[in-house]
Design a binder for this molecule. Structure first.
Ligand SMILES: [Zn+2]
Length: 295
């Protein structure tokens, strides 16, 4: 793996458990999408981030008929040999350097609701993350304000939803923006306890995972639109089943990962280029210079 200069791109795909087991995107063989460069790594102020690829979307498959380039990182940028909750700060530092404007993050989730079943596809509308990430990218407390409103981009979510309704198995459901689902957060890697499931559910969470919330917050900090591409591998009832019963449904991830991967790729090809379709980039605002000049 060789260290690279960060390329300028508008789009980013953050891979995760929704893609595990696949060489992404090569194994999907999606027409018009190619890997320009693999095995990339970048030096950040907090060390290296590895396992990046540079993808190209042919002009024949994009909504505006123009070639698109995207950066893609393996499994949230998590190192392969240790648990490191700060890894996503390095990932989003790279995305900021690249000038990324739209981010789609793939993952699997556990349901906090009896109505959201194993194998359902879920798009978050809001985030429940009580402590927020310690690993902010903002330069100090007095430079920017970051709104907590609309952490998930409705324009990008509409594209992911439309794509999922076309590709997701019809026997399973697609929850889009009209459902208003709330994604809760736990850092992991341990899975959620029955008591925690009850607590997060009581607080208003509809599903939970280990990656979505810090990524949504970091996307806001770099002024980018963010949307998730996720499906349920842990049913609500499975958290309360006998201890010898696996919380994660058997075969669910393996059978649905190729479809979720295709949804993420086709969504990037169809994300709107019109900046007026959402206000995400305005929800990070600079504070008045007097806040740091007068002291
Ligand atoms: Zn947006």
């Amino acid at each position: 793996m060789s260290e690279q200069k960060v390329p300028s791109v508008d789009y980013a795909l953050i891979c995760g458990s929704a893609n595990w087991g696949l060489r992404f995107p090569e194994d999907i063989q999606e027409p018009g999408i190619s890997v320009i460069q693999g095995d990339m790594e970048f030096q950040t102020p907090w060390g290296k981030t590895s396992e990046w690829k540079l993808l190209e979307f042919d002009a024949s498959i994009t909504v505006d008929g123009k070639l698109r380039r995207a950066l893609c990182v393996f499994s949230h940028g998590w190192p392969l040999d240790e648990i490191d909750h700060s890894a996503q700060r390095r990932v989003f530092w790279v995305l900021r350097e690249a000038g990324v404007k739209k981010v789609v993050a793939s993952s699997t989730v556990g349901s906090l609701s009896r109505a959201i079943l194993e194998r359902d596809f879920v798009i978050a509308s809001d985030i429940l993350e009580l402590t927020q990430t310690q690993y902010s990218l903002l330069p100090g407390r007095v430079r920017y304000d970051c709104s907590g409103k609309q952490l998930v981009c409705p324009a990008c979510a509409a594209i992911v939803e439309r794509t999922a309704r076309r590709l997701w198995p019809i026997e399973n459901r697609v929850y889009g923006t009209s459902a208003g689902l709330v994604a809760a957060h736990a850092w992991g890697p341990r899975l959620t306890t029955p008591a925690e499931v009850t607590a997060y559910r009581t607080m208003g969470g509809d599903f939970i995972n280990h990656s979505l919330a810090p990524e949504a917050t970091l996307a806001r900090e770099i002024g980018a639109c963010f949307v998730n591409c996720a499906f349920v591998t842990a049913a609500y009832s499975s958290y309360f089943s006998p201890p010898q019963v696996n919380v994660l449904g058997e075969g669910v991830q393996v059978s649905l990962a190729p479809i979720a991967s295709r949804i993420a790729l086709q969504s990037v090809a169809n994300f709107p280029i019109d900046e007026t379709q959402c206000v995400c980039s305005q929800l990070r605002s600079e504070q008045n210079a007097s806040h740091y000049n007068n002291r």
